[in-house]
Design a protein around this ligand. Structure first.
Ligand code: ATP
Length: 212
């Protein structure tokens, strides 16, 4: 059985907070593969500033040829609002034998009740929640039941159960956000150690982040 991590997001742009977390999740869970899945448009968020094409190209540059890392652009190809339930159903159909682990930050996970078919999401994958600085593991009352009942700290349990486990992971705390990177680009400030070196020139020239 293959163990496949699925890391969705706007990646507008990708930064070292994403990349470092991806490495640590892969190590912690012994994943065979980790897919970055850039969304077309995240529900409840303004559309990304950079085009899908640019965000995908930057992700590819940032990923380099690290073993097991794959770019999955199905949400960009689907266009419109990207719903995780559709993405998960598609991947499960293609990979019925794989164990799937959806990776999400603690900020996004606490809004999960607003996602389409939130109750169903726990039946389609395990959930790996990255503890992000400033976003403690607190869930609102409206959170689907599985977000609480599925909680475990034991990675071995995720190997046994088919789906629905929720593991909070204390990855290296990096208080970096794409919002702050976009702001730095607008102001012409340095991006060193916030994004990979391979992206610095392209991002510094990115006109899509200019003030409207
Ligand atoms: P924005 O500032 O535009 O909202 P972001 O930095 O949160 O963007 P996204 O592309 O929305 O980046 O993030 C994709 C996923 O990665 C989300 O689940 C988010 O919570 C998580 N994530 C983003 N930055 C970090 C970080 N520094 N540490 C851990 N998780 C992160």
């Amino acid at each position: 059985m293959r163990h496949v991590g699925l890391f969705g997001g706007s990646f507008d742009p990708v930064h070292v907070g994403h990349l470092r977390a991806a490495i640590e999740v892969m190590e912690h869970l012994g994943l065979d593969e980790l897919r970055f899945i850039p969304c077309a448009h995240s529900p409840g968020k303004p559309p990304p500033r950079a085009s899908g094409r640019l965000r995908r190209d930057w992700l590819e540059l940032a990923m380099g040829d690290r073993p097991g890392w794959i770019l999955d652009d199905r949400e960009l190809r689907r266009e419109g609002v990207s719903h995780t339930v559709e993405t998960l159903l598609g991947i499960r159909e293609e990979e019925p034998e794989s164990r799937l682990y959806w990776i999400v930050g603690s900020d996004a996970f606490s809004n999960l009740h607003q996602w389409r078919e939130a109750d169903r999401l726990g039946r389609l994958a395990h959930w790996i929640v990255l503890l992000r600085p400033g976003f403690p593991p607190v869930l609102p009352e409206e959170a689907p039941g599985w977000c609480r009942t599925g909680r475990t700290e034991d990675p071995a349990r995720l190997r046994q159960d088919p789906a629905g486990d929720v593991l909070y992971l204390r990855v290296t705390a990096l208080g970096i956000s794409a919002t702050a990177i976009r702001d730095r680009i607008r102001r012409g400030l340095a991006l060193d150690y916030l994004v990979p070196d391979s992206l610095q020139d392209a991002l510094a020239r990115a006109a899509c982040y200019d003030p409207p």
